[in-house]
Ligand binder design. Structure first.
Ligand code: EPU
Length: 435
């Protein structure tokens, strides 16, 4: 991957064709971490070819685990003596180091992980992870370089997350499975990728129940063994390619992501005038005319925050005023500048528009947008700020008149499986310019 590589995009009108999505980025890496808890190797298949898998494999190898990646299969053998330190060279690359704390406490007893990165879409603190680990009996210290923790043995506890955090829930699942006694986690995230991780841990021998009201109950066990799992389709990619079809007036058929992962996405697009054909194998969307929308992002089963940027691009193509209120991350509209430079009429507000007030109602955070759709977009030269924004730029560039030049496409390659080939397969004219 060349960090400064760019794509030149020549719009060709409507995008038509088929795209196959692989397993979800936000599930595969967590399964790789869970494999550390087994006393035999684990395997995941349908793994996407993305930078995040390579980064996570690098971390696991640095800890002493063996990782083999071949085609779509990732095998993690955690049986060697592990070290309890994720090297500082992994600082800021993704969110995974913080999830290593629980498993490494079980395996090694003392752990140091570097500062986590991930996209700059808000403050993204790790206080829920730290508090949960302390509740489970670990001594945890946050330093300027990262997080240090130690524990002779983790013990079950009753924990309530202040917000249904995906990573916070995963930390508790990964830490409580081998802890002594019962852990009750209230206000859990129940995203499909979180449930998938819980099922994988169950397959490894964990005793996990999901009760009503977002409550996980985990009875710690003495040992877990390796397991195999085929990672479910990436619902963010699936949605984004459906939007690429709709925003350009075309029709894209997406294979590899089950309908039940896209329920809210489909109902939202229905309201905007999209028509769907859905089978067990694929989902196809098209629209003769797009209606504006009022949408708020929420934890699952709400409209997911990672669908927000493609949706905003679609709203630029709908006749009338749309409102999108981001309630999960306070700073997830950094990409709007580029859309405005393309001619989109979008205004940002720090108020909570289009629905009830959210956690950010008094924060100095521009987390609502009003989009006046139906204005033509024109090509732009822009630098991609993060994964999801990057994909939105590509869709906007495909829907625009004139060519666009998008820098820093490495963001796309960290999170999407072979995006260049997929877009080219839909007929988009793209040239990759090495940096
Ligand atoms: N939060 C805290 N403290 C914490 C943890 C979270 O205040 O200790 C807050 C966050 O700042 C945010 C909210 O809780 O306001 C939700 O964050 P969450 O923990 O759910 O997010 P995450 O686990 O860091 C994952 C995905 C994101 C996705 C979110 C929400 C991964 C690697 N990342 O992040 O995906 O948007 O859940 O579904 O799984 C992406 O793929 O582009 C991406 C950003």
């Amino acid at each position: 991957m060349t960090s400064s590589a760019a794509w030149r995009i020549e719009p060709v009108g409507p995008l038509f064709g088929d795209v196959s999505v692989r397993g979800s980025k936000n599930a595969v890496t967590k399964h790789m971490v869970a494999a550390l808890l087994g006393d035999t190797p684990s395997q995941v298949t349908n793994a996407p070819q993305i930078g995040d898998v390579e980064i996570t494999a690098g971390m696991l190898r640095a800890l002493g685990a063996e990782v083999a990646i071949a085609e779509d299969a990732v095998v993690v053998d955690p049986q060697a003596d592990l070290v309890g330190e994720v090297p500082v060279s992994f600082t800021g690359l993704n969110r995974i180091p913080i999830l290593m704390l629980g498993p490494l406490l079980h395996r090694v007893g003392h752990v140091t992980v570097p500062l986590v990165g991930g996209d700059r879409i808000g403050a993204r603190p790790v206080d829920f992870h730290v508090s949960a680990l302390r509740a489970l009996g670990a001594e945890v210290e946050t330093t300027a370089e990262g997080v240090e923790a130690k524990a002779a043995r983790l013990r079950g506890a009753r924990i309530r997350l202040p917000y249904p955090s995906v990573g916070g829930t995963e930390t508790v699942l990964l830490s409580a499975a081998l802890a002594e006694g019962r852990t009750v986690l209230e206000n859990s995230a129940i995203e499909p990728e979180v449930i998938e991780l819980a099922l994988f841990l169950q397959r490894m021998g964990a005793r996990i129940e999901l009760r009503p009201d977002r409550r996980f109950v985990i009875e710690g066990v003495e040992r877990l063994s390796g397991a195999s799992h085929r990672i479910g389709g990436d619902r963010i990619e699936a949605f984004s390619y459906l939007i690429a079809g709709l925003a350009t007036g075309g029709r894209v058929r997406v294979y590899g992501c089950a309908q039940d992962r896209l329920v809210t996405a489909i109902s939202t697009l229905h309201r905007m005038g999209a028509r769907f054909e859905i089978t067990d194998d694929w989902i196809e969307a098209r629209a003769d005319k797009l209606e504006p929308a009022v949408v708020q992002t929420h934890p699952h089963p709400g409209f997911m925050t990672d669908w927000q940027s493609p949706l905003v691009v679609l709203c630029t193509q709908a006749d009338g005023m749309s409102v999108v209120h981001e309630t999960v991350f306070e700073d997830r509209f950094a990409y709007i500048d580029a859309l405005q430079a393309m001619g989109a009429e979008i205004e940002l507000f720090d108020a909570c528009l289009g629905g009830p007030g959210c956690r950010f109602h008094e924060a100095d955070a521009r987390h609502s947008v009003v989009i006046r759709g139906g204005r033509p977009l024109h090509g732009v030269e822009a630098t991609i700020p993060d994964i999801r924004a990057g994909f939105a730029y590509v869709i906007a560039a495909a829907a625009a008149e004139g060519s666009s030049l998008l820098h820093d496409v490495h963001h796309l390659e960290r999170g999407y499986s072979r995006p260049f080939e997929s877009f080219a397969g839909l007929g988009l004219q793209i040239t990759r310019i090495a940096g």
